[in-house]
Design a protein around this ligand. Sequence first.
Ligand code: ZN
Length: 421
Amino acid sequence: MRSTVDFEILKKSLVYAAENSPFYIRLFAEYGINVEKVKSIEDFREVPYSDKTDLREVYPLGLQAVPDEEVVRIHSSSGTTGQPVIIPYTREDVENWAEMFARCYELAGLTRTDRVQITPGFGLWTAGIGFQAGCEKLGAMAIPIGPGNTEKQLQMMVDLKTTVLCATSSYALLLAEEVNKRGLKDKIHLKRGIIGSERWGDLMGKRITEELGIELFDIYGLTEMYGPGIGIDCEKHEGIHYWNDYFYFEIIDPDTGEVLPDGETGELVITTLKKAAAPLIRYRTHDLTRIIPHRCSCGRDYPMIDKITGRTDDMVKVKGVNIYPGQIDELMKEIEGLSSEYQIIIYHEEGRDRVLFRVETAPAVDRVRLKEEIQKTFKNRIGIKADCECVKLGELPRSEKKSRRVFDYRYETQKKKEMVL
Ligand code: ZN
């Protein structure tokens, strides 16, 4: 399945944004774009990109493309770095999102008899309510517990016989470890995990799968595009199906902005096709992936992107070499005796950039031998030298949200560096 789109539908969405969104009215005027002259996909590729920085500038409601009486809700992306981005929704937007989410659950094999424990947060952040609305749309039982409170999570999981766990991969791992620690494995009824909001490697997936005895599904989405639920992998796990009746996906070279052919890895750029309250045209997600150029063996018509391999902003350049977390996952798969958890610490010492690769190892391994093997593999696969430190299983921090793995201290004070090293 190629990343094709009916051009008329794409054009309609472009014209809608150009006429109704204050943000796009200004952006297109600035770039001298007359959307009436966009008559082909080639013309469409001349339309400027927008990204989060641009959206922040029109805080709070500069994206709103409908009158106030049509807006039923807003969500906001986390404002950890600067101004948050506010996304308004019409009633139809909310319904479309639930529809997409229900489709995700169906692809993951859920039915009305499932009991779905929802651990992502509720509120301004879009995650929790998306999981819940989709669940209700499907007709399964939602258990909207939200994040944290591991005691309560485990109690609900056992007493209510939860069959589906919705979580970030970090939190799923934390719960899996607790289930094992407390010997609850025979008391839980989990069958599936819907895991989203951060990229996870195969090793981490394998541990969650084995410790909880469940099948994992990788759900994709971002607040600017409704929230999670704009794509998921099916039972074949060959890639993430996305809803091409709601979005047009393009892959670009993050440095040059050039559109890449299907199959090549680059940055995902999304155009919404039906979003009314806050349409987005050629929005840069900063997620690295590729469009899979063939149809999934499940036979469904929805096209696929590959698992997200990282973010353009997670990518760090050390001694002229790009390192991104997806590469580290690949490297760790090759080495026997490693857990899924690691940290990459980059710092400056004696006029040189140095890399420390900290990794958790399985119990009863020869850490000295392993350290040598890791250092050698790191040099071969990544292309630069790293010092390795093997730590005990469970020693690196676990998170209820997203785990931070890359720490770049090159431009920060010595003191801060010492706190981590
Ligand atoms: Zn499929």
